[in-house]
Design a protein around this ligand. Structure first.
Ligand SMILES: Cc1ncc(COP(=O)(O)O)c(C=O)c1O
Length: 423
C-alpha cells in the first residue's frame, strides 16, 4: 500500500509525536516526560523486564494510528477506514510468524497478562486444573495468584524449583501432572535464569493429555535473536510480551499452530478485549522488523554474555547466584552473604541509581534480587561495564561506598551510554 498521495507538507505532522507541541500546550506534563527521560538516562535500568525501544518504535507509538478504532481482524473489521491499519496488522502478523516460525500469530493482546488470559480462555473452562510454576518460586501472577483472575477461576497446582540447585525438577512436574491430571501445563517464569526444557514439558503434557502453554514473556526476545530455545515447536500456545528483551512497545502476543488460530483469535477479540490498539500493533511490526536483523542477533548474544559476566563478578564479590549462573538476560542473587536482606538491598541500590526488583529465592522466605542486562546492553554497555556495575553494586551493599559517591559514579557511567543520543 502506497501513501505517496499524502502531501509532502503534511507528512512531518502526521509522521509522529510532536514534543514541542506538548511542551507549548502542557508544560507541566512535558516536564514529567523530560524528568523520566532524565531518570532513565542517568540511572542504571537493571529491571529484567525493561528495555529501551528504538526511536522508530516510539515514532509508531506516537503516530496517528493511535486515533483509529479497529475492532476485529484485518479484512473483517467492525469499523470503516481500516485500509491502512489492516496493512499494519498484517505486516506485524507476517513478521511475527516468520521470526518465530509459527503458523499463526495474534498481535492484539494489550499486555502479557492479556495474552495469558486469552490462552486460558481458548483452552480451558472455569474450574479446570492447571499446573504452573508456583508463585513463591517465580511463577507470574497469571499462573494462579489468588489476587488474579487465574487463581480465582482455575484450580492451580504449583511446581517448584529444587531448593539447593534452584533448577526446575522435571520429575516433580511429572509426578504432579500424573496425580492432578491438569487440563493445561504452563511453563514460564518471571525470574527463572536458565533455559526451559520445552521438550521435557511437552513429553509430560502428552503423557497426561494436557495442553502445553509456554509463557515466554521473558525469553522471547532472546528466541528472536537465536540466543534461547524456541518454544514454538513444542507448545500448543506461546504467550509473550513484546517489550522486555524483544525491545518493542509494551504489549502482548500469542503464537500457535494453524488448528488453534481461530480459537485464539476469538479468545482475544471479542472474548477478552475490545478494539485493537493500532499504534501499538504498528510499533510491534517495527520491533519485529528490527528483531529479524543480524544486529539484533548480535544484541541478543551480547545480552547473555553481559548477564554471565555480571553473574560471575557478583559471585566473586560474595553474592550467592541462584542456579550458579544464567543462560539468559536475567540473574537472581541472594545478597544475604553480604549481610543485607533483599528489600533493604533494593533500597540502597536505588539510592545509588541502580534500579532493580526483589524476587523470590529457591529456599526460604527471604527475598533476593533480580537483575537483567537487556537495557544496559541496548545502551551499548559490554563486559567491562558489567564488571564495573558488579563492583559498584557490592560496594553499596557492603556499605563501603556511600550512596552519594555511588550515585555520582552511576551517573558518570550511564552518561557515557545515552539511551537516546541527541535527545
Ligand atoms: C512470565 C510472565 N508472564 C506474564 C507477564 C505479564 O506481562 P504484562 O506485565 O505485560 O501483563 C510477565 C511480565 O513480567 C511475565 O514475566
Amino acid at each position: 500500500m502506497s501513501v505517496t498521495h499524502v502531501p509532502e507538507a503534511v507528512r512531518p505532522a502526521v509522521a509522529g509525536a510532536d514534543f514541542e507541541a506538548l511542551r507549548r500546550q502542557d508544560p507541566e506534563l512535558a516536564e514529567i516526560l523530560i524528568g523520566e527521560l532524565d531518570r532513565q538516562s542517568t540511572t542504571l535500568q537493571l529491571i529484567a523486564a525493561e528495555n529501551f525501544t528504538s526511536p522508530a518504535v516510539l515514532a509508531a507509538l506516537g503516530s496517528p494510528l493511535a486515533n483509529k478504532y479497529a475492532e476485529g481482524y484485518p479484512g473483517a473489521r467492525y469499523h470503516g477506514g481500516c485500509e491502512f491499519v489492516d496493512v499494519a496488522e498484517r505486516l506485524a502478523v507476517d513478521r511475527a510468524t516468520a521470526l518465530f516460525g509459527a503458523a499463526h500469530a495474534n498481535v492484539q493482546s494489550h499486555s502479557g497478562s492479556s495474552a495469558v488470559l486469552a490462552a486460558y480462555a481458548a483452552l480451558l473452562r472455569p474450574g479446570d486444573t492447571v499446573l504452573a510454576m508456583g508463585l513463591p518460586f517465580g511463577g507470574h501472577l497469571t499462573h494462579g495468584s489468588p489476587a488474579n483472575f487465574s487463581g480465582r477461576w482455575f484450580d492451580f497446582v504449583g511446581y517448584g524449583v529444587d531448593a539447593e540447585t534452584g533448577l526446575i525438577d522435571y520429575e516433580q512436574v511429572r509426578t504432579l501432572a500424573r496425580s492432578h491430571r491438569p487440563k493445561a501445563i504452563v511453563c514460564g517464569s518471571i525470574s527463572y535464569p536458565r533455559h526451559i526444557d520445552y521438550a521435557a514439558f511437552r513429553e509430560i503434557a502428552d503423557e497426561v493429555g494436557a495442553h502445553l502453554i509456554a509463557d515466554a514473556a521473558h525469553p522471547i526476545g532472546l528466541v528472536a535473536g537465536g540466543a534461547a530455545p524456541n518454544p514454538v515447536p513444542y507448545a500448543d500456545v506461546v504467550c509473550a510480551t513484546t517489550h522486555k528483551v524483544l525491545r518493542g512497545p509494551r504489549g502482548g502476543m500469542i503464537l500457535c499452530g494453524g488448528e488453534l488460530a481461530e480459537r485464539i483469535d476469538r479468545a482475544v477479540f471479542p472474548f477478552t478485549q475490545g478494539g485493537a490498539q493500532m499504534h501499538t500493533i504498528a510499533a510491534k511490526a517495527v520491533a519485529f522488523g528490527e528483531a529479524a536483523t543480524p544486529a539484533f542477533a548480535a544484541y541478543a548474544r551480547q545480552v547473555v554474555a553481559n548477564a554471565r559476566v555480571l553473574a560471575e563478578r557478583l559471585a566473586a564479590e560474595g553474592l550467592a547466584i541462584t542456579t550458579g549462573g544464567t543462560d539468559t538476560h536475567l540473574l537472581t542473587v541472594d545478597p544475604a552473604p553480604l549481610g543485607v536482606e533483599g528489600r533493604t538491598a533494593r533500597g540502597r541500590l536505588a539510592a545509588a541509581g541502580m534500579v532493580l526488583d526483589t524476587c523470590a529465592l529457591p529456599h526460604g522466605d527471604a527475598r533476593g534480587l533480580r537483575l537483567g542486562t537487556a537495557a544496559l546492553t541496548t545502551q551499548g554497555m559490554g563486559e567491562t561495564e558489567m564488571a564495573r556495575v558488579a563492583k559498584l553494586f557490592a560496594g553499596v551493599l557492603r556499605d563501603e561506598t556511600d550512596s552519594k559517591t555511588a550515585r555520582e559514579e552511576v551517573r558518570e557511567l550511564a552518561g557515557g551510554f545515552p539511551p537516546y543520543p541527541g535527545r
